[in-house]
Structure formats: structure tokens, C-alpha cells
Design a protein around this ligand. Structure first.
Ligand code: GLU
Length: 304
């Protein structure tokens, strides 16, 4: 299928529509981003690339990195990982505290902040230099060395990261964080700060469209069964407490981040990324969601 024309048509249509929502303000450095940026990129199974708008400009990956860190931990520990973090949707915002207390410090799923912080703690146990492992995986999957941590974003988040500190200290008190809380959070803020553009993001996520293998087919990161399960967690937990709405409107596994990025995957077919920094009240890109809904309606490429 030639996706280029459909992408361009929906892109132009959305540019004419009013854009809603707010740029994430709770991380001061993210609040400085131009709210009207809008980029799209799709990589298909033949490795063809279709793009529109600001697709070459880098933005903060934020929570989308949680899929990559989870994949690294899952690749090593397989089912053992689920002793530390669950796979159920939480139905609560990404930084919710009360649920964690109720669950004795075992986060409901790896895409809540608590869950992602536990996964960071696991990676610190598994690798002597986990930052290097994460950035190398991204660069290898994207076949592009120009992917880096953004110090200013990590420091900005750290300066206001009280909620994540509360989550991490609570889990430490329950025995589910093994390293020093400060070290785990530094690692967590660092991986959230990584900058990617739409093309890099779409290329990276091809491993979930290709059942564990990279877009260029040269590297294998997950078994088929593991890729199936990560896609299932994206479908059920990838959009905070809006995961049901995303499945209903878009019908693909995906993950969003408060930097305004969303990536969605059609297993066996493509990986599609959208970036638009204005977030709806649930923390997901307003225009990104609209784009993806129109796209799957127009192409009928959905898992349902
Ligand atoms: N670094 C952000 C936080 O911990 C990630 C949130 C997100 O993108 O959902 O609050």
C-alpha cells in the first residue's frame, strides 16, 4: 500500500482544524517547546518511509522509552520480570500514588511511572552501564547514531520530580527497589530525556511490528512470543487512563509520551509515529490521536 498520499491528506486536513490542549508544563524545560509543531512518519515492512511536516525535528521521547526499557528487561528475565511489576491496566493517571499502596509496592504495569522506575532498577541490576545499553539499542534499531540524552530536560524533570520520588521511596520501603532511590531516578529521568525525531522513532519501533526483529532485519531483540506480549501491554496500558479510548478510536498497540509523541504499531505491516506537543487532559497528544484515528479509519489497517 502507498501510505504517502493518505498521510499527506490527513496531515493537511488537521492543519486546518483548531488544535487543542496544553504543552506539558510540569517539566519546566518541556513547556518551552513550540506547541504547533506537527510531524508524522511511517515505516512499512519493506522499509519504505513516508513522512510529513516536522518529522525531522527531534523531541523528548518521555514515556515512550518505557517500551524499550521494558523490552530490555523482558529479553533477559522473561516471565520472572512479572514478579516485580504487573501487566494490568491501572485506570489511573501515570503518576498515581494510592493504587501503589493498595498493591503493596508492586506497580500495576510497566508503563505507569512506578512500573517504569522498577524496570530501571531491574536494568541497573542486569547491566553495568544501563544508559549505554539503552542508547545503543535505540541507535542500532534506528540505524542512526544521532540519538542522545538531553541533560537540560533530565535536570529540569529532576528539579520538580517530587511525585516520582514519592513513588520510588514508597516502593523502596516495600522492598521493590534494590538500588539507591536517587540513582534509579537519575537513570529514569535520563532515559525519559532522550531526543528522537519521528523517523527515528518509527524505525526504532519496527521491532514490535516485525515480531522482535529490527527494521533492517539485522538484529533480533525479542522472541515472537515476547513481542506479542509487549504489544498487548501497549494496547491495554499504553495511554495512561485513556488506553480504552485509544483502542476504541485507533485500534493499534501504541505508546504516548508527555513530549507529545505517539508511536503505534501494526504487527506485520508498519510502525507509525506522530509528534504534536499539545496534550489533552489525559496527557496524550491531542492532534496525534486525531491523526491516528483518521489514519486507521482511512486505511483500515487496525488489529480489530
Ligand atoms: N518523565 C515523565 C514523568 O515521569 C514521563 C511521563 C510521560 O511521558 O508520561 O513524569
Amino acid at each position: 500500500m502507498d501510505y504517502g498520499e493518505t498521510i499527506e491528506r490527513i496531515y493537511q486536513q488537521l492543519l486546518l482544524e483548531k488544535n487543542y490542549g496544553q504543552v506539558a508544563g510540569y517539566i519546566p524545560e518541556l513547556a518551552t517547546v513550540d506547541s504547533e509543531k506537527f510531524g508524522v512518519c511511517l515505516i512499512d515492512r519493506r522499509n519504505h518511509c513516508y513522512s510529513a511536516g516536522d518529522w525531522q525535528e527531534q523531541f523528548s521521547i518521555q514515556s515512550i522509552i518505557k517500551v524499550v526499557t521494558l523490552s530490555l528487561a523482558y529479553q533477559k528475565l522473561d516471565a520472572q520480570l512479572w514478579q516485580r511489576v504487573g501487566v494490568e491496566p491501572s485506570g489511573t493517571p501515570f503518576n498515581n500514588l494510592s493504587r501503589l499502596e493498595h498493591d503493596y509496592g508492586i506497580p500495576r504495569n510497566p508503563f505507569s511511572n512506578a512500573g517504569a522506575i522498577v524496570v530501571c532498577d531491574v536494568l541497573m541490576e542486569l547491566f553495568s552501564d544501563p544508559r549505554e545499553v539503552v542508547i545503543t539499542m535505540l541507535r542500532t534499531l534506528a540505524a542512526d547514531e544521532d540519538i542522545h540524552f538531553t541533560r537540560a530536560i533530565a535536570e529540569s524533570e529532576k528539579s520538580e520530580g517530587y511525585r516520582n520520588m514519592a513513588l520510588a521511596y514508597f516502593m523502596k520501603s516495600m522492598g521493590n527497589i534494590k538500588h539507591e532511590v536517587e540513582d534509579v531516578l537519575d537513570f529514569y529521568f535520563d532515559v525519559c530525556s532522550i531526543a528522537v525525531n519521528c523517523e527515528q522513532l518509527a524505525r526504532i519501533f519496527m521491532y514490535l511490528a516485525k515480531h522482535g526483529r529490527s527494521a533492517d532485519d539485522r538484529h533480533s531483540y525479542l522472541s515472537r512470543g515476547q513481542a506479542k506480549r509487549i504489544n498487548a501491554i501497549m494496547l491495554t496500558c499504553g495511554f495512561y487512563d485513556e488506553a480504552g479510548d485509544f483502542a476504541f478510536r485507533v485500534g493499534l498497540p501504541g505508546k504516548s509520551g508527555v513530549g507529545g509523541g505517539i508511536v503505534a504499531v501494526m504487527p506485520g505491516e508498519f510502525s507509525l509515529s506522530v509528534w504534536s506537543p499539545r496534550l489533552n487532559e489525559k496527557g496524550n497528544s491531542y492532534r496525534g490521536l486525531r491523526f491516528l484515528e483518521h489514519f486507521t479509519d482511512a486505511t483500515e489497517q487496525t488489529i480489530f
